[in-house]
Design a protein around this ligand. Structure first.
Ligand SMILES: [Zn+2]
Length: 167
């Protein structure tokens, strides 16, 4: 890339640093012509295609903002929200595509949100999947219950097993 000061077409990398979350690399560069230094930041590009067809850069803040609303009054901390947004971004980046449909972001949120808080999950899912009847809620709750029972069975802590007494 061109030197921003003198437009020299070449530069030398003097330092490279990966950001804490591993999503970007900062490079300190020096221009061999004017010797001035500048910084470039390299990220894999990730854009969101909105329903209107417009695109905007992916933003973790938008994820936490949307999920925070669903978590009102629930025992969910800002750290939980930040971690969830990070998981969502990792999921989306692992798909390898540079453009993500807004709908896919909602899908990527549902999984980690369900693990975080089931009530917040139901609130979020009801908006995102446009629940319009009690039956929609019932169906979602049935799935949650079945999964909870499965997890309990996998851990081996079914009430029947716990209260079993040897004779
Ligand atoms: Zn220069």
């Amino acid at each position: 890339m061109h030197c921003p000061f003198c437009r020299h077409p070449d530069s030398r990398v003097v330092d490279s640093r990966t950001s804490d979350d591993g999503a970007s690399i900062r490079r300190r560069r020096q221009c061999p012509s004017c010797n001035r230094r500048f910084t470039t930041v390299e990220t894999t590009s990730l854009s969101v295609v909105k329903r209107s067809g417009a695109t905007e850069p992916f933003s973790r803040d938008k994820i936490t903002g949307g999920v925070r609303k669903a978590c009102q009054g629930r025992p969910v901390s800002e750290d939980d929200l930040a971690l969830l947004a990070q998981k969502v971004e990792e999921t989306l980046r692992s798909s390898g595509s540079a453009e993500i449909d807004a709908y896919e972001i909602g899908l990527a949120i549902l999984g980690p949100l369900r693990e975080l808080d089931e009530v917040a999950y139901l609130r979020f899912a009801s908006v995102y999947q446009a629940f319009d009847s009690l039956e929609d809620f019932e169906a979602a709750i049935t799935v949650l219950r079945a999964e909870r029972a499965e997890r309990a069975a996998a851990r081996g802590d079914e009430p029947a097993a716990a209260t079993h007494v040897d004779d």
